[in-house]
Design a protein around this ligand. Structure first.
Ligand code: NAP
Length: 341
């Protein structure tokens, strides 16, 4: 069992949920943030009773400062921090190198501190992209094909970071028990108005910012299960998790299904949720002119159903249903006043 863990990216959606569950389980948590003066007060406000069991360190993925202190005294790392931009960056370099270098930094400083349990937050983006259109079902054996130029920058960043992390561990850290958790789109309750990119999907449906529903689909997993998977992976017997990849997913849903769930489960908040379809031909015609449409053009009609079965079997995860997760997202957006009625 780990007692003191480093969770990188404590300001983030997934990082915050891991901290929440780790503190509730009695662990001491170190966490990194980019700007301590700005972020530590917010974290202290979220966990007012944590006291000395929560230690906040300033560390950026792109330089060495702060990492040694953050790792000192820890026996496990959940490396969660990585760029997750809402819009496509102009060049892949903007996010691939920070993601890769950040993973390397977390690993090398963890090893120097004698840490033997390491869980990397990777993504289904490192599994299910760049494959022939006929492939619709994926699991941990699949790797995103970086030779395919259509793979977007974020998906490249996650694939390169995970691949290089695994290669480094195999070559330089045989003593380390390393595995990755690879979530599909993460939904669920939000703690504040600092929204992760995945939550923007539901937010924009509820606010009516998405005026018609494109033919897009996503695997859905709840943030509480993603955090649980990290903690289970950190504390499982080493032989069960060493070098594993754990895709975490409850179910693949089309956007029209997500809209229907919002209408069924939270009718009071569904007034602006669109029901008409956005014709795919329209998206393709306008894509050269509108950056957001450019981003989704290649995804229209595409099923990328990443199985979460292996994580359920090995870690004993029981997934919160995607329906419950969509409902929890909608309700918490309203409860926090992020979406107003
Ligand atoms: P998020 O809320 O945007 O969190 C990202 C975290 O990474 C933030 O704490 C952010 O810090 C930190 N970060 C980004 N660039 C950094 C840098 N250069 N130096 C230090 N910290 C940096 O997103 P999230 O949804 O929690 O995602 C967390 C992880 O899960 C990411 O690795 C993402 O790829 C992965 N993931 C997410 C989803 C999803 O649907 N949400 C699905 C699969 C995988 P700031 O607050 O300072 O920006």
């Amino acid at each position: 069992m780990t007692n003191t863990i480093l969770v990188t990216g404590g300001t983030g959606y997934i990082g915050g949920e891991i901290i929440d569950q780790a503190l509730a389980a009695g662990k001491t948590v170190h966490t990194t943030v980019r700007n301590q003066a700005k972020s530590e007060p917010c974290l202290r406000e979220r966990w007012p009773d944590a006291g000395e069991r929560l230690k906040v360190f300033q560390a950026d993925l792109e330089n060495d400062e702060g990492w040694a202190d953050a790792c000192t005294g820890c026996d496990g790392v959940a490396h969660v921090a990585s760029p997750f931009p809402i819009s496509v960056p102009k060049s892949a370099d903007e996010i691939v190198e920070p993601a890769r270098a950040g993973a390397m930094r977390a690993l090398t400083f963890a090893q120097a501190a004698g840490i033997k349990r390491f869980v990397l937050t990777s993504s289904a983006a490192a599994i299910a992209y760049g494959h022939p259109p006929g492939q619709t079902v994926f699991d941990e054996k699949d790797w995103t094909d970086l030779d395919n130029p259509s793979v977007p920058p974020y998906h490249r960043s996650k694939t390169v970071a995970e691949r290089d992390a695994r290669t480094w561990v195999a070559a330089h850290a045989p003593e380390m028990s390393f595995c990755s958790v690879n979530p599909v789109a993460v939904l669920g309750p939000v703690p504040n108005d600092d929204l992760s990119t995945s939550i923007a999907l539901v937010q924009r449906l509820v606010t009516g910012e998405i005026p018609a529903i494109p033919d897009l689909g996503f695997g859905i997993v709840d943030v509480r299960d993603v955090a649980k998977a990290h903690l289970l992976a950190l504390d499982a017997p080493e032989e069960k998790v060493r070098n594993e990849r754990f895709a975490v997913s409850d179910k693949f849903l089309w956007m029209k299904d997500i809209a229907a769930i919002i209408r069924e489960r939270t009718p009071a908040y569904a007034g602006k949720v669109p029901s008409r379809k956005l014709p795919s031909i329209f998206v393709k015609l306008l894509a050269p002119l509108v950056a957001d449409l450019q981003q989704i053009k290649g995804e229209l009609g595409r099923t990328r159903d990443v199985s979460g079965k292996h994580a359920a079997e090995v870690l004993g995860l029981e997934y919160i249903s995607a329906k419950d997760s969509v409902e929890a997202t909608t309700r918490s957006l309203v409860e926090h006043g992020i979406v107003k009625f």
